[in-house]
Design a protein around this ligand. Sequence first.
Ligand SMILES: [Zn+2]
Length: 308
Amino acid sequence: MKLLLCALFILMCFSVHCIPHKQIALTLDDSPRAAGGYLDGPTRAKMLLSALKEHHVHQVVFFSVSEHLHGEGLARLKAYGDAGHLIANHTHDHPDFNTVTLAQYIESFEQADRALASFSTMTKLFRFPYLREGNSLEKRDVMRKVLADHGYRNGYVTVNTYDWYIENQFQNAIKAGHIVDLTRMSRFYVDMMMQSIEAYDALAVNVLGHSPKHTLLLHEMDIIALFIGDLITALKQKGWQIISPLDAYQNEIATFVSDEILPFNPGRIGEIARTQGVTKGLWPQALQESYLEQQFQLRVLHAQSPSN
Ligand SMILES: [Zn+2]
């Protein structure tokens, strides 16, 4: 009997407590991003902060574009910082590193560094706009040195997403006069995000041998204010734990440096996969505009037309 109880205890321990969670941090780009479509800026901030609090996510990071730091945009970013969330650098004016000069790019980075210095939760992480880290050896290596000289680390993503494309679909449908069913919209959004997360995690397990601490690419926009709670619930149901970005960027893959010049970067897992000769699956289906378009039409718009 004792043996049986002991075996039962061990079984419970493994099934409930001892199986490690997969871990992921939430990172939101472009804040304060243009508002005034479905929600105005203050409403977006209020809904987003309240959903994070309600779902016990204590810290996310907002990668900020500092040219929008005035008026309501400035107040919005302050509200995020005051709630304990991290503020980090996403340049001053979101340049495309493939098209601007190195000098222009460094100036945009340094301008944002100065503008964000006064935020109490400012953290020296840098997210390259469009994830583009330089299309020449000189751009790539000089920018790496500039970041190090300023005490910055690369705020890479492990999970690339096209959430910005889904936001455009949502806003365009509203503008076109569709009454979008928010329950269907949420299911579509959460499913597309989970598809990206699971695809990159499977790729990571394939190339690393385990699931690393992930960083999820999101943007500060209306669909995240509306549906982040549903996304967090879905993640938890599938065994994910939401961690602070500070924790995620302590990961062993944080110090990985690619030898390649990548004008178009699939994210950190994709970079590592390429070193092992893996080139397939770096851009999963949920990052394809044609797939998102078809799914949005089918699951959100057509699903609610009178003929259905
Ligand atoms: Zn961006």
